[in-house]
Design a protein around this ligand. Structure first.
Ligand SMILES: [Zn+2]
Length: 291
């Protein structure tokens, strides 16, 4: 799933490629993809792309439209979605069917992009709105972790009295925007903290350590992916990760074997030596397999 750094890089990429370009047409491959009905997608035709932004993991394309005013095409790629930029966007209309194509934006000069989604679970979402705050997932986002006002004090206030495990806190979009399963693993590894540590148990030193890990992990990832083409972002994300998705491989810091436990609807990876005092975390599903 693209998280803050990848969505930020996609925004940069689209700003570079598509700024000032005119929409020929926007098409959704199914009713399920487009979450809004007013204004209709046809309202984008003739619109000029004036800005590309990001809210958490949402991409926000702003268009000046012929009727006057602005419209925002807000997109959430979900777990298996991706954006594919095309210099030769097909002329043929999008047909609903089994293909992974979910949405297509055709721009002038024959280019544009496809949003695709792999797998059978379709969660990719597109919204056409007058104000990005009309998108419920955007309106309820927590603070942006790379914004200036995301200070150590702000993080302390977030964690205080929250009697839940830090892993869950970090990936909850209502609490902090943009961090998902991958970067929460990376942040906790950088902070040398157990994913199960209770948020309410953090000392001021813990908060400062976690804050520094959040900012440095995300900033490094943003720097690595900035300027990359959309097609290269997935690979860059994968190679840049130190523990996430690396079960069984050596920890790049201490050489211990990276382990995995189930967490909520997925799994998390961590290094026992760096994060849990050398003790593997208990996990009914995985413990037998990893012994
Ligand atoms: Zn380690």
């Amino acid at each position: 799933m693209p998280e803050l750094p990848e969505v930020e890089a996609l925004a940069l990429f689209l700003r570079d490629r598509a700024h000032g370009r005119t929409v020929i047409r926007a098409e959704a491959a199914s009713f399920a993809v487009l979450k809004t009905f007013d204004p209709p997608l046809s309202a984008l035709t003739g619109g000029v792309l004036t800005d590309v932004g990001r809210h958490g993991k949402f991409l926000d394309l702003k268009f000046a439209v012929p009727g006057g005013g602005d419209l925002h095409l807000v997109m959430h790629l979900a777990r298996a979605g991706w954006l594919r930029w095309r210099e030769d966007i097909p002329e043929k209309p999008v047909r609903p069917g089994k293909s992974p194509l979910a949405f297509r934006l055709v721009l002038d000069e024959g280019s544009g992009f496809d949003l695709t989604e792999a797998g059978t679970q379709k969660r990719l979402a597109v919204y056409l709105v007058r104000d990005p705050m009309d998108v419920p997932g955007v309106a309820t986002l927590g603070p942006e972790p790379l914004a200036d006002d995301f200070t150590t004090e702000a993080l302390a206030a977030i964690l205080k009295e929250r009697r839940t495990q830090i892993k869950g806190v970090l990936r909850d979009q209502h609490i902090i925007a943009g961090i998902g399963n991958a970067y929460s693993d990376e942040v906790l590894h950088a902070a040398k903290m157990s994913p199960y540590k209770l948020a309410s148990s953090f000392t001021p030193e813990d908060v400062a350590t976690l804050h520094a890990a959040i900012v440095s992990t995300l900033r490094d990832a943003v720097e690595r992916s900035a300027g990359l083409a959309a097609a290269d972002l997935k690979g860059e994300k994968k190679t840049g990760l130190r523990v996430h998705g690396r079960t069984g491989q050596p920890c790049p810091v201490c050489g211990d074997t990276i382990r995995e436990v189930s967490f909520a609807d997925s799994s998390l990876q961590y290094c026992p030596t760096c994060q849990t005092g050398g003790k593997p975390l208990a996990d009914r599903r995985m413990s037998r397999l990893l012994k």
